[in-house]
Design a protein around this ligand. Sequence first.
Ligand code: GDD
Ligand code: MN
Length: 376
Amino acid sequence: MKIAHIIPTYNEKDNIGLMIGTIFRIGRKYRSWQNYVIVVDDQSPDGTSSIVKKYQQKNKNIFLLLKKKEGLGRALVTGYQFAVNKVKADVVIPNDADFQWDPEDYPKLVKKIGQGFDVVVASRHVAGSKVVGWNWFRKLNHDISNSLLAWLVAGVHEVRDHAGNFKAIRVKNCLDRIPLVKMKNAGFSFQLHILYELSKIGVKFTEVPVTFKERRLGVSKIGFNRYYIRDIFEYIKSSIIIRIDRSERFFKYGVVGIVGLILQTLLSKLLVSLNIEPFIAVSVGAEAAIASNFLMNNYWTFNKHVISGMELINKFIQFNAASIGAVIIQGIVVFFGTLIFGKKAWFWSMIFAVFFLVIPYSYFIYNRYIWKTHEH
Ligand code: GDD
Ligand code: MN
């Protein structure tokens, strides 16, 4: 069995040598495994590549791919393609160079492949996992990208850890079916994207608990630097694209919501300008949005489950009863918002209530009780 280890590097001169050595040392214990290491280096100014070249003189199973500084996502695509097309590997194992994911764990991942799994993810979110030394900023970053974006927005539910690099992927009938050339991610959104692509072809996933440690030497490249904002936006964008790809419904629901919000805003503004109390104006506006949402969702978003005739009237009453919650939420938030921050704050209080409370609440109610579609 050919195992290709892919190590993206940027300024890892203190780690890369030990990483290469460790991978081969572990691999030698398994007779039937042929290990290959593919280092994808963005021409690190610290001379990472010259260390790799030294190791290459003693071991022909080491490959060095040099490219310009394009980010982690591009480096990984390059490595994956090389592993599939040139090395013709049976299993691909990407890992970082810095020992945060312990290479000692890779036999565990390979063994799961042997048991018939196609994608084995080293995970920080299953029983037995551990994370050492994260500050609040790293943790917040991770929770937003992993739980909020990958799990909730993108809806990738095959695994719990979407952001890490360390995993084992079967090539035959699995990775070789993924259109790697089409993957354009520059940053770490690549991790979510590849999992999504794999989930689409219906392969078997599993997660293995590991301990995620602190970096051995050198500094992290993923942090508050000039690539950070770009990478975060790319991650948000990828999550939304995945969601749209997966179900048009969520997208349509969003458009309906925006139309409703515009209607509500115009009506509320009109009423406020007529000197009506803001919390009443917003409640009336909210009711108008509810009616518009109901009709648009019925004939467009959930058009495969269209309700008509008497049922339509029944459902509208039911829908209103369910939406009363949304009206009350907005009334209360605007009431307190204006009480605390003054009358002018009504508008932003309303926007806040709609985005953070009403939208999640309504989507749940619609799917669950009104149009009853049970589907991920
Ligand atoms: N070629 C290349 N180009 N390699 C890069 C680049 C780049 O632009 N940026 C980072 N790397 C390499 C690093 O040298 C390291 O080997 C690995 O990618 C991970 O980068 P770190 O700098 O160690 O980032 P981290 O510790 O913050 O990464 C963690 O979070 C990522 C996103 O959640 C790890 O969990 C990663 O596995 C994970 O992908
Ligand atoms: Mn790291």
